[in-house]
Structures are given as C-alpha cells and as structure tokens.
Design a protein around this ligand. Structure first.
Ligand code: GLU
Length: 444
C-alpha cells in the first residue's frame, strides 16, 4: 500500500507556522515513505474563502519546497457530499433538527445548572412528521446531525500510540447547516475516501473530530485510514501558541528575510528527539523523519532557534546557490567575497552592507589620527591574503598597540563598523587604494 496524505487548509487566512508544520510533517512522512502528497483546499465555506488566500497558500508551499502531487478544491465536489449525505439520511444516521442557536444555548445552560454534561439531547429524533411539517411551515429549515453510536472509538495513533474517544460524551455533530452549508466534518471524510488517503496527519486539536469521523468512515462503508495527531506548538514561554499564530504568517516571515530551509528545518525538528540543525534540503529532512522521534510533549517554537538556523543556513550556502540572489541585490562581488562574508550573515540582506564595505563609499571612523597615520605609513605595497597579519605585526611593533587596541581602530577605519567579517580576507577585497583613502579619513 503506498502512502498518500493530504494537507487540507481552509483559504480563509494566511498560512502560519502551525499550519505549515502540519503541511510539512505530512510532506516529510509521504516523501520518506515514497508516497504522495495532496493539497486539498477546504473551501466549502464560500463566504469566507477567497482566491487570494488560496493563491497565498500555493505560493507559500511552493516557496518552502513543499510541492504537491495532486490538488483539489472541496467547492468542486459538492455533488459528492450530497450523495454521501443522501446515503447517511437513508440509513438513518443523518437526521434533521430544527432548534435555533438560542434554544440550544438555553438547553445547554439548564444541563450545566443541573450538573449534566452539555450534550445535545437528541430531541429532534422524537419529532413526528407533523411537528417537522409545522416547523417547515413556520419557515424553519433543518440542520442535519450525524447520529453517533455512542461507543469507544479507538485507533493506533502514529504520534500518540493507542488513542480513544468516547463518542457517548459528544453531541451528535452538525454536518449540514440550516443554510445548506456542509461543515468541514463530512466533506473531509468523503474526500479522504475518494482520494484513497492512507494517513490523516494533523494537530491534536482534531482528536475529538477523529472519533466522529471514524464513525462516519464506517457509516459510509469505507476503510478507516491511519491517523497521527501531533502535539501543538507552544511559544518559548511554554504557553500555547494558538492565539499568537495569526502574527506568525509565512508570508511575513518571507518578507522578514527568513530562508525557507531554516523554517522547514525548524518546524520539522521541534518536538522531536533530533538536534535542531539546519538540513541540506527539505528532501534530506524527509529521509530522517519518523513519528517515533516525536514526543508527546508540545513542540517549543522559539524564534531564537529559528534565527540561529537561519544564520546556519547562510553560513553553509554555496556561492552557486547565492549567486543569483547576490546579483539581484547588486552585491555579487565574486566567490571570494561570498565565502568571506557568509559566516557573518543573519539574514541574506545583510550582504548588502558587507558589499558596501568593499565597494564604498563608507565613512571611516578614526578616533586616533596619529595611530591611523602610522598605520598608513606601514601599509604593505601589496594587499594580498597575507598582508593583514604582516601589517598588524608591524603596526603593533611600531605603536605598541595590541589586542583590541590594535585591531579595533583598524577595523573602524577600514570598514566604519566595530564588527564584521575577517579583516585578513576583507582587506584584499577592499583594495589598497581605498584602504589608503579610508586611513586618511576620506569617505571612500
Ligand atoms: N480544513 C481543516 C483544518 O484546517 C482540515 C483538518 C484536517 O486535516 O482534517 O483544520
């Protein structure tokens, strides 16, 4: 049986790190097993879904390297949901109910005040045909509930081990609203059956849904797929991230200059026993992925870790990979330059400042004119990769300056900044003529 999974976002907002972790884990699992990955757009809610959000989802996934083998839209499959609903109605598992939201709310309050669980009491099952007709005559439209069996539904969860949901403790879920809208629960099952999905991988906030959905798979006479429910993301402070996810959109992270491989390495490794290191590619991440490495405890999403992985991704990036982006940023000063500066980058865009140090003009910082003058006098005729150590040795011998007192004024004069790449490698890139002008305090 070859593995087939799906990522099923609703195009009602931007993808955030929580959704993308779900997409990524599905993708990694599928690729690790030689299986396929389906992108399914859950757009039954036509009022809230937009083509812009749908396009954004595709752009984000493509940018992250999470390509799909198949894609579909729920909005094109309403006939399939109607058909499934008709079958469930015929077998008595889908029944009409006429309560308004207010009536249900009042009933729940009464139950709670009596210390009872606020579960739907199935009053609608007792309605006679006359009562239903009376409601219809009043202009009420029914919503449709799935009649749960009220049993212990269990499965072997790839992430959680043995899992159980007691459907007797749940209200019969509404599958179709009074306005005819199919809520997520039924279409998802119908699609999973039609697309022959072998594993449903999603966040543990769906565990209860799984109880009901397994009953729906069975009611439709289908094989129940495998399930994996991942622990949710928490922030660095250990608090649930769910409320903050809106501000962690992938498109914002792209604008902030994060590398896709840093994001995928981070989201693919947090909450697992693997070390948090940047992967060579999303394919190599797939080869090392296993649910057995995923713990039951929540995955800690810490931006400091992401920043570290982002820098790591740049530090090992080859010139070949960087070159088109360097050219686009007008900062392609050759392989030697890239290899010298990449170790100092936190974000790729930092390279522009580094290129400016080489190309100029920069404003040198000279705090001690006499020292700069001495350094200028002692500057070797040829600035090659050995020049820096020869030069600083003679400046040290002549002026008595050493350590930071020797190197910092030279760095400040040559680059205008207190930190930066290795000066021995930078000096030949800057070139003798520019070094001379900067030592004289000229903007060059
Ligand atoms: N559209 C659903 C969601 O985003 C899909 C859940 C599922 O994977 O079944 O929560």
């Amino acid at each position: 049986m070859s593995v087939k999974v799906r990522f099923a976002p609703s195009p009602t907002g931007k993808l955030h790190v929580g959704n993308v972790r779900t997409a990524l884990v599905n993708w990694l699992f599928a690729k690790g097993q030689g299986g396929s990955f389906v992108l399914r757009i859950d757009d039954t809610d036509l009022a809230r879904s937009t083509p812009e959000f749908e396009q954004g989802i595709e752009d984000d996934l493509t940018w992250l390297g999470l390509t799909w083998d198949e894609r579909d839209n729920q909005s094109k499959r309403f006939d399939r949901y109607e058909e499934a609903a008709a079958r469930l109605k015929a077998s008595g598992r889908l029944y009409p109910a006429y309560e308004t939201a207010d009536e249900l709310d009042r009933r729940r309050k009464v139950q709670l005040s009596r210390g009872l669980p606020p579960i739907y009491d199935r009053a609608a099952l007792e309605l006679t045909d006359e009562q239903k007709a009376a409601y219809e005559a009043e202009g009420r439209r029914p919503h449709w509930r799935f009649k749960l069996e009220g049993k212990r539904v269990s499965w072997e969860d790839l992430a959680r081990g043995h899992a159980e949901v007691d459907t007797a403790s749940m209200s019969d879920p509404v599958l179709i609203r009074e306005d005819g809208l199919f809520l997520y629960t039924l279409p998802s099952v119908v699609d999973d059956i039609d697309m022959a999905i072998t594993h449903i991988i999603r966040g543990e906030d769906h565990v209860t849904n799984t109880g009901a959905q397994i009953e729906i798979f069975e009611a439709l006479g289908a094989t129940v797929p495998g399930f994996a429910h991942m622990p949710l993301l928490v922030g660095a402070d250990g608090a649930a991230l769910s409320k903050r996810l809106g501000s962690l959109s992938i498109s914002d992270m792209r604008d902030q200059g994060y590398e896709p491989i840093a994001i995928t390495s981070h989201l693919g490794k947090i909450g697992t026993s693997d070390a948090l290191e940047v992967a060579e590619s999303v394919q190599t991440l797939g080869a090392s992925f296993a649910f057995s490495k995923m713990g039951r405890s929540p995955a800690r999403y810490d931006t400091a870790d992401l920043d570290r992985l982002n820098a790591q991704a740049l530090h090992v990036m080859s010139y070949e990979t960087a070159q088109p982006r360097l050219a686009a940023a007008d900062a392609d000063l050759g392989e030697g330059f890239w290899n010298t500066v990449r170790g100092n980058l936190n974000k790729f865009a930092d390279v522009v400042d580094m290129a400016k140090i080489v190309k100029g003009p920069i404003t040198p910082v000279i705090e001690d004119a006499a020292f700069a003058e001495a350094a200028l006098r002692l500057l070797p005729d040829v600035i090659d990769e050995n020049a820096w150590s020869a030069w600083t040795n003679t400046v040290k011998a002549e002026t008595g300056a050493k350590g930071k007192g020797l190197f910092m004024p030279l760095r400040l004069a040559l680059t205008g900044q207190p930190h930066g790449p290795d000066m021995a490698a930078m000096a030949p890139l800057i070139g003798r003529e520019t070094i001379v002008r900067r030592l004289k305090g000229e903007a060059a």
